[in-house]
Design a protein around this ligand. Structure first.
Ligand SMILES: Nc1ncnc2c1ncn2[C@@H]1O[C@H](COP(=O)(O)OP(=O)(O)OP(=O)(O)O)[C@@H](O)[C@H]1O
Length: 272
């Protein structure tokens, strides 16, 4: 009897998703780190990826960023991706605007590169630091430059690998606001890797929990971002479930979420 060859349908190239991951596995030596991951990110969607340390979040992000070779039938990206990491990773021997312009290697015209870098640095509020050296920046400013460098190429998917975790609480809140503003303005999708459940609940449309290389559970948040107090039933309920999925004892919500909600409320006058 002839055996039917089973071929998987190709990953979407239709533009329905900016990133589509299907049955993606990855091992380092004998250690399997990603186990048949399925994940699709829609244009403009804001997804937060949570999980215990070592569960494979950064490895998945690297596959999406094409920093690691992933088989084309497991990971498909429609459009451009760019990444910002926990550390800003700026070149210390290049001035701020050069660090940003360097992300535009495919733009041949130097003047265009400079203009775009300048424009994007203005968007992150750093116009006055164009000619500074990275060593002259605060941690928060350096992280803004890193964001500008990721944004300048106008990605359809921005990958953020714990970009706020080294910042103090106030700077973090400012960065949250900034990321939401930039996300809206650029109409891009964002995949944020974070350990902070409250941060994820404040920012994302969808929260996905990873466990030992698998996507364990996900939550869609329908409450508008501008109105997500920790006491809201949807937010409180998702928080309790996510902490349970992470195997963490419930803790009181981070009170720093309120300033974000308030600030977003003030700026966006109730926009979702
Ligand atoms: N290049 C590599 N070579 C060997 N092992 C690796 C490599 N990169 C990651 N790993 C291993 O893969 C596992 C998952 O790492 P990964 O950085 O993806 O986890 P993570 O969930 O992002 O962790 P964290 O939250 O601590 O950043 C870890 O056990 C790590 O040691």
């Amino acid at each position: 009897m002839a055996r039917l060859k089973t071929t998987r349908p190709p990953l979407s190239a239709s533009g329905e998703y900016v990133a589509e991951v299907r049955g993606h596995s990855r091992s380092f030596g004998k250690t399997q780190v990603l186990r048949s991951i399925d994940l699709a990110v829609r244009p403009g969607e804001f997804v937060a990826l949570l999980g215990r340390s070592g569960c494979g979040k950064s490895t998945l992000l690297r596959s999406l960023a094409r920093l690691d070779q992933a088989p084309a039938d497991e990971v498909a990206i429609n459009g451009r991706t760019s990444v910002a990491f926990q550390e800003p990773r700026l070149l210390p021997w290049r001035r701020v605007h050069e660090n940003v312009a360097l992300a535009l290697l495919n733009t041949p015209e130097r003047r265009e590169r400079d203009q775009l870098a300048e424009q994007t640095l203005a968007e992150v509020g750093l116009s006055e630091k164009l000619g500074s050296w990275p060593r002259e920046l605060s941690g928060g400013q350096a992280q803004r430059v890193s964001l500008a460098r990721a944004l300048v190429s106008n990605p359809s998917l921005l990958l953020l690998d714990e970009p706020f975790s080294a910042l103090d609480a106030l700077t973090r809140i400012e960065m949250h606001q900034l990321v939401i503003e930039l996300w809206r303005r650029h109409s891009m999708a964002v995949l944020l890797v974070t350990h902070d459940v409250d941060e994820a609940l404040a920012l994302a449309d969808r929260l996905v929990v990873m466990d030992e290389g698998r996507l364990a559970q996900s939550w869609q948040i329908t409450q508008p971002r501008s109105d997500r107090p920790p006491s809201h039933p949807e937010i409180a309920g998702a928080r309790a479930e996510i902490l349970r999925a992470l195997g963490v004892k419930p803790t009181p919500p981070n009170p720093n979420r309120n300033p974000l909600n308030n600030a977003l409320n003030n700026r966006n006058q109730g926009a979702a």
